[in-house]
Structures are given as C-alpha cells and as structure tokens.
Write a protein that binds this ligand. Structure first.
Ligand code: GLA
Length: 386
C-alpha cells in the first residue's frame, strides 16, 4: 500500500504541481445478503485492505482535471459541462460532482489522481470505491460537514443517475462505514447498521476472480429489480401496506403463488430466504459457529444460481472447486453476478491448497487463470494525509 500511495502522490504532484489531500477508499466484500439491499432487506458486508488511493486538491475555478493511473488516461472538464464518456471511468467521478451540484452544495473544481488494487469490475465494487472516495474528498475539501450516510446516498445517486445502474446502497455504505476486523449488518430500509466481529485468526476470506466482466450484469440487474417490484405489486392487492420484499414472508408468497409469474415468484422467494439467512448468519457469528455460517453461504449460492439466476458457469465452477477443498467452510458468488468473483471462508491451514486446487480446476476448465486474493476486513474510506 505504501508504494501505491507514493505512486499516486507522485503522479499528482508531477501533473498538477501542488500538494494533494491523500485518501484511501476500499473495495468491499459481502459475506451474505446478495440482491437484498434494493429490496430494503439486510446485507453483511465489510471494507477490505484492497484500496483505491486518491490524491486530490480543490481549485478556485470550476475546472476539473482527472488522471487515472490504472488506465494512464487524463480527462479534463468543468462543473458546467459534465458528460458521460466512452472511457467510463471519468463518469464515476463526474457523477458524484453532478450530485453535489444538484443537491446545491457549494463546491468548486478539483484536480485529482487515483489508482489502486481493487480489481476493476471484479465484484468488489471498485465503482463504489471511486464514488464514495470522491464524495468523501469533496466533503473534506469544501468543508461541507456532511455525515457518512449522506455521502453514501449521494454516491449511490451518482451511480443510479449518471452511470445508469440502479444499484442499492450496500457498496457505498460499507465503503464509508467499514471498520478493521468488523463486518456490518446493514438494515437497508432504515439505513442503520450494527457491527459484528469478523477477525478470527484461524480463518481467511478468499476472493476468486473469474476475470470475466459482462455487460449483462447491469442490464440483468435492472431486470431483477423490476421483477422484485412486480412481485411486490402482486402482493399489494392483498396487503396494501406492503412496501417492499422486506415485508414479505414465505407463507405470503406460497399462499398467492398461483397469481405470480413463475419466474417472478422464484426471484421473490430467493430474496425472502436470503434475508432470513442474513439474520441467522449473524446469530452464527455471535455464537462463533463458522461451520453453520459457511453452510448458509453455500445455500445463498444455490439460491443465486437456481432461483435468482444471476450466477454463471465460471462462478459455479469456482464455487464447486472451492467447496471440494477440505477446510473450506463456505463459498458463494459475490456481488451482482454474471461475472466478477466468489467469496470463500477458509481455514488458514487450507489456504495454500485452496489456491493450488481452485486455480488448477479453473485453468483446466476454462483455459484462464483466476486471480485469487486473500483479503482482510479493514477500515472504510479515510484520510491518509492532509
Ligand atoms: C451490486 C450492487 C449492490 C448490490 C449487489 C448485489 O454490487 O451495487 O447494491 O445490489 O450488487 O447484492
């Protein structure tokens, strides 16, 4: 991380000839609770030691200059001409500026350089790391005194409106509220959270990246959201106070199954079951019952694969390979799905074998090398140097 910080600092100073504010904005993991956030349900994410580093300084005019170390590209605009680009990465930055302007906050332009080791588009929410990082930086540079929840909501709106993905709140929320060795159970209806310890020395979290990035992820994501909304509308005829799948239980779904489109029913059943699993998984954590926790991760994967249908052959392959290694307590796809990565909970003694066997199986079946990262649960977005 030291090296990365120095690289970003030096790029900034060389390009912009001034001293920056430096901050770290992490990628996130999610232990369980997938596709539940936009249904006002529960999730259990944490921030990781994989980070984007930002070097940023306020300008006195409305100009904006960005530099991406990862793409080695410069982008220049100003606050009155924010626009979507072919490059995509500038959109995550511009989207946040756009939201701050729309909300009426008094900001000026910025000079900014950033880069990091969160796999881009790899399911650890590199996009939220950009958006939340920029929101945090603007708040600090322009002394806006906004709280973390407000920043998370602005970052989410940037993604929804500027980038065009109707993502939920989980990624930005976890990015901003993360703590070392603790995951957060977020109640995505009331936007409150509780911390749960997750720092067992005998366990590791392993992220296995398929290396596959699919455009389908965003189109199908929005389709899933609409299916959930359709399910809610079907039940609202009987339960007028019902607002989201958060208010639904399996009995209600079963009673009215005949009135559902069968696909929509499956989607809703998954969400209801996944919400229950998050509750039970949190109880497992309090009892330090990681075997039971791991089984719930497996169940979550099956639900994502068969009911919600957002997994992919490559994700399934990684999960199956991981699950066959002794000492792996649980494994499932993580994030939106279709490509991206899996998360596995692994005993320390099994890490090497995991790496060898999962890589070999993936290489054998696909001809590709998966990127395998052992990650730690770390602090959320923070200032490194002012
Ligand atoms: C993406 C979205 C999140 C969440 C997950 C699925 O990461 O950005 O809001 O919906 O997918 O759990």
């Amino acid at each position: 991380m030291e090296k990365l910080v120095e690289a970003v600092r030096q790029s900034f100073e060389k390009k912009f000839l001034r001293k920056p504010l430096l901050l770290a904005s992490p990628g996130r993991i999610n232990l369980i609770g997938e596709h539940t956030d936009y249904n006002e349900g529960f999730v259990l994410p944490g921030a990781t030691d994989r980070c984007l580093i930002f070097a940023v300084a306020a300008r006195t005019d409305r100009g904006c200059r960005f530099y991406s170390l990862d793409f080695d590209q410069d982008f220049t605009t100003d606050l009155d001409h924010l626009h979507r680009t072919e490059w995509r990465w500038p959109d995550y930055l511009q989207g946040v500026l756009d939201q701050f302007l729309k909300a009426g906050y008094n900001i000026g332009g910025v000079d900014l350089a950033f880069g990091g080791n969160v796999p881009i588009g790899g399911g650890m929410s590199s996009s939220a790391a950009v958006e939340a990082g920029v929101a945090f930086a603007l708040n600090h540079l322009f002394e806006l005194k906004l709280d973390l929840l407000t920043l998370a909501l602005l970052a989410q709106k940037a993604e929804n409106e500027f980038v065009g993905l109707r993502c939920g709140i989980m990624d930005m929320y976890a990015n901003l509220h993360g703590r070392p060795g603790q995951v957060l159970k977020i109640d995505c209806r009331h936007l409150v959270h509780e911390y749960y310890p997750f720092d067992r020395p005998e366990l590791r979290i392993i992220i296995s990246d398929t290396g596959i990035r699919r455009e389908l992820a965003s189109s199908e994501y929005n389709v899933r959201r609409r299916q959930c909304e359709q399910g809610v509308r079907t039940l609202q005829k009987y339960y007028p106070n019902l607002k989201s799948l958060r208010d639904v239980n399996l009995e209600m779904l079963q009673e009215h199954q005949a009135e559902f489109d069968p696909v929509v029913w499956k989607r809703c059943a998954y969400v209801v079951r996944e919400n229950n699993r998050v509750e039970l998984a949190c109880q497992d954590l309090l009892r330090h019952d990681f075997n039971s926790f791991g089984l719930r991760m497996q169940e979550s994967h099956l639900g994502l694969r068969d009911e919600y249908e957002v997994s992919s052959p490559e994700l399934n392959l990684l999960v199956e390979a991981a699950s066959s290694v002794p000492g792996v307590l649980g494994s499932r796809m993580m994030g939106a799905g279709f490509g991206g990565c899996t998360i596995s909970l692994v005993e320390v003694a099994a890490v090497e074998e995991f790496q060898a066997r999962v890589s070999a199986a993936y290489r054998w079946e696909t001809g590709r090398e998966p990127a395998i990262h052992v990650v730690r649960v770390e602090a959320g977005t923070r200032i490194l140097e002012d």
